[in-house]
Design a binder for this molecule. Sequence first.
Ligand SMILES: [Fe+2]
Ligand SMILES: [Fe+2]
Length: 287
Amino acid sequence: MYGGRLKLFHLSDIHFGLEDRLALDWARACIAREKPHAVAITGDLTMRARHREFRAASAWISGLEVPVTVEVGNHDIPYFNLYERFLGPYGRFKAIKRMVESELDLPGLAVVPLRTTTRAQYQRFPWSNGWVTGKALAQCLAAIDAHPEGTRILVAAHHPLTERRHDGKLLTINGTRAMEALAGRKVMAVLSGHIHDPFDLVAETAAGPLRMIGAGTLSRRIRSTPPSFNEILIDGDDLRVEARNLEHVATPDMQIAEVPENALPPREPGEPVAPVGTVPPVDPPVH
Ligand SMILES: [Fe+2]
Ligand SMILES: [Fe+2]
């Protein structure tokens, strides 16, 4: 049984510490004015999980007067304090704890979290890419299965679930298995961040197609498109996405065609890689 029309805003990668103030003020004004049914924030609230960045993120998110779910990004677990990283990685979220990895239950639709960020990965270093552990997937599937048949389900994760890039490079560990399980449950779409460019793709899995929707960034750490967030309109089983941005770039021009490895801006052949920790140059707006 399908419910009525719903409007969600999908925000991601605000990266307090390097946030885009103008874009954030605009996003907050849109939320206050349009009152979407809910806001899903798919991780990377901060740059380096510093206390002051979490204070700013928590204050901003707490001021949104609509239901909010927040996923944890790879930038949100303590980076410099290894003791805290391993023993209490979510401690700095305490001001918005009730929203973190929390399910949103709306009329006829649920937004279910799927954790893809881990404290460490024995398969590789650095640990910035995604990993869907067996436990994380089981929790997500149990939450989906608890809903009555016909409930529309959106899954919210930080990393896109794509396991391998076209050239074979490993992206999200166990992503293929997770995508098959979600496609088999007829999930409407998986919402994710991490890439800093929006996309709206359909992945073919062994269990059928799965829609993958990525939001851009509201930070100054842009990849190839200006700061943006996704407006998601759901009517019955129809779901439409608009990548809203201050520069009025049309959604098809905002959305990239393939999930890339990371949020770094695309490079020309032979161009040197920017040193780690530097802010990528601002690309000219795409019109
Ligand atoms: Fe990010
Ligand atoms: Fe990320």
